[in-house]
Design a protein around this ligand. Structure first.
Ligand SMILES: Nc1ncnc2c1ncn2[C@@H]1O[C@H](COP(=O)(O)OP(=O)(O)OP(=O)(O)O)[C@@H](O)[C@H]1O
Length: 263
């Protein structure tokens, strides 16, 4: 597979001239349509990496290239969904999505087309029935779904997910994972997702990027998740390939790169 759609090269990030680099020498090539999970212990620099790809943080050395263009600022080609939703409380769900549409792909659309596009993206996350509710009227999982709809409505080249399900209960989380898998299958969006959840990483991704501990964190290993799609969580629960991938990530995190305090 051609892997130069998104390319992170020799990326190092340092906060302050005297501090050691948080990230040091990150190299990663991602193919179009690939689903990448980034996993590593707390504080190793996962969000920092995602923020550089989003254009929210500058690289100290090296950089990120998306489809041949260097990333040096945020843009609608890279949509970010954070752990805690960032919906505007005074707007309805539809208006929250419409805001992103108006600022990006909707600029060339008529008012009716923008409305249809907003509803189409709410339908992708099965939230069209709640379009007129305000954020305080819906659950945490629903808020995350609106956040995902808002990101998808921009039809980004890369969807950046920073622990998108981290604040949700296990059942809601499983439901959203299934929805994200279905959306990925339908739209073929390239995804980079940070997670602390090993099962989630194996279930969703094509490759798992495992980071060493910081400072000077780098990519320790990259695991290919060789499981056919569509994936079914129940069938995979006893699948030898799923269990082997899970074990490989657990060994990396808890044997080879355990936190000093936990070693
Ligand atoms: N703006 C900043 N200024 C100074 N230091 C920062 C800044 N942002 C992050 N850091 C530091 O960089 C390191 C990596 O942080 P980052 O949030 O990227 O880690 P993480 O792997 O995403 O952590 P977690 O899994 O706990 O969310 C931490 O030591 C953090 O304190």
């Amino acid at each position: 597979m051609e892997r130069s759609f998104l390319e992170i090269s020799r990326l190092s990030v340092r906060f302050g001239a005297k501090a050691p680099p948080v990230l040091n020498g990150i190299d990663l090539k991602v193919a179009q349509g690939e689903y990448i999970a980034v996993i590593g212990h707390s504080g190793c620099g996962k969000s920092t990496l995602l923020n550089v790809v989003a254009g929210l943080l500058p690289a100290t050395l090296g950089g990120v290239v998306l489809e041949g263009r260097e990333v040096d600022e945020p843009g609608p080609d890279r949509a970010v969904v954070f752990q805690n939703h960032s919906l505007l409380p005074w707007l309805t769900c539809a208006e929250n999505v419409a805001l992103a549409v108006d600022r990006t792909v909707g600029r060339s659309m008529t008012r009716a087309q923008r409305r249809d596009w907003t509803m189409e993206n709410l339908a992708l996350v099965r939230m069209e029935a709640h379009a007129q509710k305000r954020p305080h009227e819906i659950s945490g999982g629903m808020k995350q779904r609106i956040g995902i709809a808002r990101a998808l409505a921009m039809r980004p080249k890369v969807l950046l997910l920073d622990e998108p399900f981290g604040a949700l209960d296990a059942l809601t989380r499983a439901h959203l994972q299934d929805q994200v898998m279905a959306i990925h299958a339908r739209l073929g969006t390239t995804v980079m997702m940070i997670t602390h959840d090993v099962d989630e990483a194996v279930l969703l991704s094509d490759r798992i990027v495992m980071m060493t501990n910081g400072p000077n964190a780098t990519i320790g290993e990259v695991l290919d998740v060789d499981l056919p799609r569509p994936r079914d969580r129940l069938a995979l629960a006893s699948d030898a390939r799923f269990l082997a991938a899970r074990e490989a990530v657990l060994r990396f995190l808890h044997e080879r790169h355990a936190l000093p305090a936990a070693a």
